[in-house]
Design a protein around this ligand. Structure first.
Ligand SMILES: [Zn+2]
Ligand SMILES: [Zn+2]
Length: 273
């Protein structure tokens, strides 16, 4: 199983970090988890793209995690020689989000259908809404979901992907909770969005202080990793973005609470599990 952190940024635009998105390649399938800003540029760098995505999984519908979903829908439709529905898995509310996205695209869909004689269908998605339990199991890849805690954003889910005898967890935005612990139990790799709490607390902007209560801090992620006995903690969606030469401080903070492998992800960080 191959894990690629396509985008490791936060909602704030960053010259070096695309929005949150993680690619997992397993059993010949490309699975995309969240689709933040710039996801298709990073996917191209990982030698995949909208036609190759087997399924797009959403952890929640916060804008930074779905910014470029419309780009995936449009490009999969416009590049395909035949109708090619996009499989989408996400929390309750995903169907409504997808319907609204396609509605938003109606002008562009109209232009292209009118212009191209061989394009006489509209983009479609096959949506599965999940909350807790088995999502898919084809004998090669087994995926389960569990509810996470990103309140007041609700519902949110994390995913556990099992393939080739290995386990990877994509947690999304959440504070520690029972659902997250169930996903992480015995995982080889645990990918967690994190904030560096001490840095966020030092910035006296009320809107920034608001984010502390619904994200895992580095310490929270380390504690979750320890409880789950995971092999490697991968920190992504970094808030605030690490200043140059401070990366080792993030690692050191995590190491105070977790004795396993620790990665501070950058865009296109790649790991064979
Ligand atoms: Zn969020
Ligand atoms: Zn986020």
């Amino acid at each position: 199983m191959r894990v690629v952190t396509l985008g490791t940024g936060s909602p704030l635009p960053d010259a070096d970090r695309a929005g949150p998105a993680t690619l997992i390649c397993a059993a010949g399938r490309d699975l995309l988890f969240d689709c933040g800003r710039g996801v298709l540029m990073r996917a191209a760098a990982a030698m995949t793209g909208p036609l190759a995505f087997d399924t797009v999984f959403l952890t929640h519908l916060h804008s930074d995690h779905v910014t470029d979903f419309n780009d995936i829908v449009t490009m999969r439709w416009a590049m395909s020689p035949m109708p090619n529905p996009l499989r989408v898995v996400g929390p309750v509310g995903t169907q409504r989000f997808v319907d609204r996205t396609i509605e938003m695209l109606q002008d562009d869909i109209g232009y292209r259908v009118a212009h191209h004689d061989d394009l006489n269908w509209e983009p479609t998605c096959e949506v599965t809404e999940v909350s807790d339990g088995l999502v898919a199991d084809d004998g090669n890849i087994r995926i389960t979901a569990a509810p996470t805690d990103h309140g007041p954003v609700h519902p949110t889910v994390g995913y556990r992907i099992e393939a080739d005898g290995k386990v990877v967890v994509i947690a999304g935005d959440t504070v520690p909770c029972d659902g997250l612990d169930r996903l992480c139990a015995g995982a080889d790799v645990y990918v967690q969005t994190v904030i560096r709490r001490s840095m966020v607390e030092a910035i006296p902007a009320p809107r920034l202080q608001d984010i502390i209560g619904y994200h895992s801090s580095i310490q929270d992620a380390a504690a979750t990793a320890t409880r789950g006995g995971v092999g490697t903690l991968v920190m992504t969606h970094l808030i605030p973005p690490p200043w140059p030469s401070t990366e080792s401080e993030w690692i050191a903070e995590a190491a105070e609470g977790f004795a396993g492998g620790i990665v501070l992800a950058h865009d296109m960080w790649e790991h064979e599990v």
